[in-house]
Design a binder for this molecule. Structure first.
Ligand SMILES: Cc1cc2nc3c(=O)[nH]c(=O)nc-3n(C[C@H](O)[C@H](O)[C@H](O)COP(=O)(O)OP(=O)(O)OC[C@H]3O[C@@H](n4cnc5c(N)ncnc54)[C@H](O)[C@@H]3O)c2cc1C
Length: 319
């Protein structure tokens, strides 16, 4: 990867881009696990036209770029990354509104705000997203979800795909499109829109009673408090649950007696074995080594390959 000549690039970019430009911004400040080196450029576009101006500029200058949400499912190399990270969190990307039972939310809206907005409007159906620390853009991209605690079924999963009606996207050349749900290939922790920037989405909810919605939100939040790692920095579930077995990735790691295993300051959570925590100064390499150790152990014991859920960004390839 070539390095970007920052000052020159900044001057040229500032001629076409209205939003905030930061140089050498540490991604550790933008990831939940608090790991990540500096990226050459960190951009906050003002609106859609500004986003298009940025990507046209970056494409022309041959500078790789990524979209970052709230950084809650990201593991980023702590080396310098000669790329641009684009964050959609300016006011334009924070819009949320409703018409009847349909809620429009732009990419930068946090899931917490989305869930609370729906509650305040007496709209039910998004409570399962309570406690997931992502943005609408990241949640649609990852098809975020949780176990269905409405029905109490341990088998059933609720995911954002269930309530999505359509998604507004921009492709890597800057073209806009609205894609209906039937044309989106949602699957477990994926929406299949890998080549698109998610700008906003429309969600269909059901009329509900605010107190009942609030109770359901509490059920989901309490479950997170009981089962997930909330004290130490982490990146959520490291691995997808394997399709080959009904046993979750966390249960497999637990059964392999790996809970608590540490490499430096990176450790497998005692609370949830599918979470790796940063106990202080964990490095990218330590977390990666722990990931490999878990994969090897689970493969040797159960012949199951655990596939990362967390998105890994390093110099070799931006997943
Ligand atoms: C404590 C904790 C608990 C969690 N619990 C859950 C859970 O219960 N269920 C669950 O599903 N997840 C969970 N997660 C993972 C994470 O919160 C979700 O995957 C979330 O949806 C990611 O959103 P984000 O905005 O943080 O995305 P990021 O982590 O910033 O990005 C994730 C991916 O989405 C892409 N992306 C982000 N925004 C856009 C956009 N606008 N357009 C295109 N691509 C985009 C990024 O490029 C990256 O590839 C948890 C994480 C933590 C830290």
């Amino acid at each position: 990867m070539k390095t970007i000549s920052n000052i020159k690039i900044q001057e040229d970019l500032a001629r076409v881009f209205k939003g905030r430009i930061r140089l050498n911004e540490s991604l550790a400040e933008h990831t939940y696990i608090k790991i990540g080196g500096p990226v050459d450029l960190f951009l906050n576009p003002e609106d859609i036209a500004d986003l298009r101006a940025a990507i046209e500029f970056l494409n022309k200058a041959d500078i790789p770029w990524v979209i970052i949400g709230k950084g809650s499912n990201l593991l980023v190399s702590d080396q310098v990354l000669p790329i641009a990270a684009i964050e959609l969190n300016n006011d334009f990307f924070q819009q949320i509104s409703k018409r009847d039972n349909i809620v429009y939310a732009a990419a930068g809206v946090s899931l917490a705000r989305f869930v609370n907005f729906n509650k305040s409007q007496g709209l039910a159906g998004s409570e399962f997203l309570a406690g997931i620390p992502g943005s609408i853009g990241g949640a649609v991209f990852m098809n975020a979800g949780a176990r269905d605690l409405y029905s109490g079924s341990l088998e059933k999963i609720c995911s954002i795909a269930d309530i999505t009606v359509k998604v507004q996207v921009m492709d890597k050349q800057g073209n806009l499109r609205i894609i209906n749900k039937k044309d989106i290939k949602f699957s477990y922790r994926s929406c299949g829109l890998d080549e698109q920037i998610i700008l906003a989405a429309w969600f269909e909810l059901k009329p509900g009673v605010e107190q009942k919605i609030d109770l359901d939100i509490q059920v989901f939040l309490n479950n997170k408090i009981k089962t997930q790692e909330l004290c130490l920095p982490n990146a959520g579930c490291i691995f997808k649950n394997p399709a080959a077995t009904k046993v979750s990735a966390g249960a497999l790691i637990d059964q392999a007696s790996l809970k608590g295993l540490a490499i430096g300051d990176a450790a497998i959570s005692f609370i949830h074995a599918n979470f790796i925590v940063n106990k202080g100064n964990a490095s990218f390499a330590q977390v990666k080594s722990l990931i490999v150790k878990i994969q090897e152990t689970v493969k040797n014991k159960y012949s199951i390959c655990l596939e990362p859920e967390v998105k890994i960004w390093d110099r070799e390839g931006l997943e």
